[in-house]
Every structure is written in C-alpha cells, then in structure tokens.
Design a protein around this ligand. Structure first.
Ligand code: FDA
Length: 402
C-alpha cells in the first residue's frame, strides 16, 4: 500500500522519516504532519498496524482509564510519567469521538472498540491522509547512516531526512514481522538496549510440576498471583503447556528466572478456617469433595491427592493437616522454568535504554534528531490497554517535538 502527496523529491527527503507504521509510528506521523512537517513512514509489512488488528481479540483494548506511570515497567520507573501526562486517555477518546468510533469499558478500566480493531487502524490512516503523510509499505530497510542528515537505504530507494524516528516495536510475534531493527539502529548510534525479554506471556514448568499443572488444562479460577511484592488479582488458567490467564500474564512481566511465582488460590478467604468449620461440624466429606466447595473440582481433586488424606473424612483430619492444606492453598509456590517465548508474548520487556532518551520528546540526548518511540523503548505496560496507550503517548510527544 502507498498513499502520498507531493512530488518524488519531497518524498525522498522529508523533514521526518519514521520507520514502523504501527500504533506509535502512525501517531507520531500525523501529529508531526499536522504541525506542517513533511512526513514519510516506511514499513516492511504489506499492511500497517497489524498488531492493532489482532489486538484485544480483534476489538483492540486501546487504552485504560486508570493510566498511571506505576503501571509500566522500566529500568527508569519515572520515565513514562511525562508523556502519559501530556497525552491522556481522554485525548484518545476525543480522537475516537471525532471519527465516531463506538467503544465500551469491559473491566478494570479497559476500553475496547465496540465493532472492530480495524476502526482504530482506519482512524490512524484517515488522520495521516488528512495531514498528507506518505506511507510506504513492503519496504525493506537495508542501511541507516548519518553522514549529516539521516540516510536510509531501502528496497524502494534512498531517503534522506533531518529527523529519524525508530518505531518498529518489540520482538513479540515474529510471524507478524517483529524485528530487532530499532534496537540495532539504536546501538549503532551509541544507545544501549536493556535485554529484550518476552512479557505478558504464559509460563511453563519442568517436572514434577509440569505434569500436574498440565493435567488441569482448561481449569480457570480467580487467584492472586505474585512475585516478590507485586501481585495481581485476576483469573488464572491452566493450559496444556503451563499457566496463563490475566493474573499469570501480568505477573510474567515481573518474573525473573529461578524465582517462584506464588499463587493464592482463594484470595480474600481463609481456607484453614473453612476446613476447621467443616471438621467442627463433623463433616464426613473426603478431601476432593470438601475442597470442591471453594475450588474447581479438578483442582480440588489434585490438591487433595497431593496434600490431604484423600480417603479419610474431614472430621478425622489432624489440625496440622488442615493447616498445611489451608496454607498451601493460599501460598502455592510454583517454579516456572521459562516462558512460552516471543511467539506467544503480547509484548517485549526491555528495549532501548531510557537513560539517553528525553522523557519529554523521546529524542536521543546524544544523537540530535533521532527519536525512539513505542514498544521499542524500555517501557512495558500492564495488560489492559497500557501498551497501546504508551504507543499513543510516546508517539504524540515525539510528533509534537519533531
Ligand atoms: P508495533 O509492533 O505496533 O508496530 C511496529 C511496526 O514496525 C510494524 O508495523 C512492523 O511491521 C514494523 N517493523 C518492524 N520491523 C521493521 C523493519 N525492520 N523494517 C520496517 N518496518 C518494521 N496492547 C494493548 O494495549 N491492548 C491490547 O489489546 C493488546 N493486544 C495485543 C494482542 C497481541 C496478540 C499482541 C501481540 C500485542 C497486543 N498488545 C496490546 C500490545 C500492542 O500491540 C503493542 O504494544 C503495540 O502495538 C506497540 O506499538 P508500536 O507502534 O511500538 O509497535
């Protein structure tokens, strides 16, 4: 796809060249173009905004009403604050209103399109068209240098530009064309990159946990999943590979190798007290039946098999057994051996180090006119619209500065 205005010469040497026509790149493009900049966006994919199209189950969870810098992970936890304060969820909603795009709130402040994620892509393209942005897809970038201005060699010829914006996102979903392009170019210009790791990603286990976790594939329940001091109250899903579900995806972004993940299978309740009450009532229920009163049956069966005298009624359980089981249910420590990797990760944690980037403009402090935006930067949001909002906000502040 290509749409553009102006002559060939102006297209070859725009004021601003943006690599990556995703959420951040397109936002930066029309923001800068509205201010009179001649902007060209290059992307190697055949269509723009592919991650937007597959996001939020096809409905794109485009922002969150609870936007706060603390909900982003970065080596510099204050870095996102400036951009988030200058581009808020309300501003994005105004844009949707101008394009008459209907949306709704699902839960936890998460906002989704009523119809389709395609509405968002069409809106971004309409804004780009109105501001006379040139977008070229199916373009392979072969070299980036900076003799004076930036010089970008591509399968569609050579482009020169005073300002270059790296907006190629992270490494998740390689089959959609994710590459390390922004990291490589940032390194080439002397910026450092925090090791990119899969985030918002299911976790996998080794033996012996793997077998019983996998045997529960399909079981889902509300839990609190935590790593150290960080915890999330959401659903957990057992899968035929390991663990997933929102609580687990959220905690995966904080998980470090060799660290246990703690699961409270009955948050906000006291399982020991529940079991003690059953014992006091002289319950003849056996382990699986007793635990099934509060937990999904298959999980109850498995926990009873692991830690309770299955064959004996609760009334015969010692107080020690009862307490040990209660504790295990509230503090189940699991030991992931890894993640399902970039193929299944919703985002990438890490990326271009923020220490040499301006938090106000996203410009590299050591390389004037080089900007890095969106997921390529070491800023990773929680699940729930935070990552798109970072793309909009970082793209917007760069677009205002370009
Ligand atoms: P993005 O990845 O969107 O765009 C990068 C662009 O650069 C792409 O068009 C790509 O083709 C191009 N590119 C890459 N390498 C290139 C190269 N070498 N040369 C030229 N072009 C290149 N977030 C959220 O907030 N709510 C949600 O609902 C979801 N849902 C979701 C579902 C799934 C399955 C995934 C994988 C991800 C999400 N996300 C999400 C995360 C969200 O999609 C992501 O954070 C943003 O798309 C990041 O926007 P960027 O513009 O930074 O990168």
């Amino acid at each position: 796809m290509a749409f553009h205005t102006g002559g060939e010469a102006s297209r070859r040497s725009p004021d601003v060249l943006i690599i990556g026509a995703g959420a951040a790149g397109l936002m930066a493009a029309f923001t800068a173009a509205r201010r009179g900049r001649r902007v060209v966006v290059l992307d190697h994919a055949p269509e723009v905004g592919r991650k937007i199209l597959i996001s939020g189950g096809g409905r794109c969870n485009f922002t969150n009403t609870e936007m706060r810098a603390e909900r982003f992970i970065s080596q510099n936890r204050h870095f996102a604050r400036s951009a988030l304060s200058r581009y808020t969820p309300s501003q994005f909603l105004e844009l949707l209103a101008a394009h008459k795009i209907p949306w709704h709130e699902k839960k936890l402040g998460q906002l989704f399109c009523d119809n389709s994620a395609r509405d968002i892509v069409q809106m971004l393209l309409a804004e780009c068209a109105a501001a006379h942005v040139t977008i070229l897809t199916d373009v392979r970038i072969t070299e980036v240098t900076k003799p004076q201005d930036f010089r970008v060699q591509t399968s569609a010829g050579t482009f020169t530009s005073k300002a270059l914006v790296l907006a190629t996102g992270g490494l998740s979903i390689p089959k959609l064309g994710a590459t390390s392009f922004s990291y490589n170019i940032a390194r080439y210009f002397g910026l450092s990159v925090i090791s990119p790791e899969p985030a918002l990603v299911p976790l996998v286990f080794g033996k012996p946990e793997e077998s019983w976790v996998q045997s529960l594939a399909g079981v889902s329940l509300p839990v609190r999943a935590s790593c150290g001091k960080t915890g999330f109250d959401e659903a957990l899903l057992f899968t035929h590979r390991g663990l997933s579900g929102p609580a687990l995806l959220q905690i995966s972004s904080y998980w470090e190798a060799n660290q246990p993940v703690r699961i409270d299978l009955l948050p906000g309740q006291d399982m020991t007290a529940h079991l003690a009450a059953l014992k006091k009532a002289k319950s003849q229920m056996k382990g699986p039946a007793a635990l099934s009163r509060w937990l999904p049956h298959r999980l109850a069966q498995e926990l009873a098999r692991q830690s309770a005298p299955e064959e004996r009624p609760v009334v015969e359980w010692s107080d020690r057994t009862l307490r040990a089981l209660g504790e295990r249910i509230h503090r189940l420590d699991l030991h992931p051996t890894g993640t399902e990797g970039f193929a299944k990760a919703e985002v990438t944690r890490g990326g271009v180090d923020t220490r040499k980037l301006s938090s106000k403009t996203m410009e590299a402090q050591t390389v004037p006119n080089l900007y890095v935006i969106g997921e390529a930067v070491d800023v990773t949001g929680w699940l729930g619209g935070y990552n798109f909002h970072w793309a909009w906000a970082s793209g917007y502040v760069a677009g205002e500065a370009l």
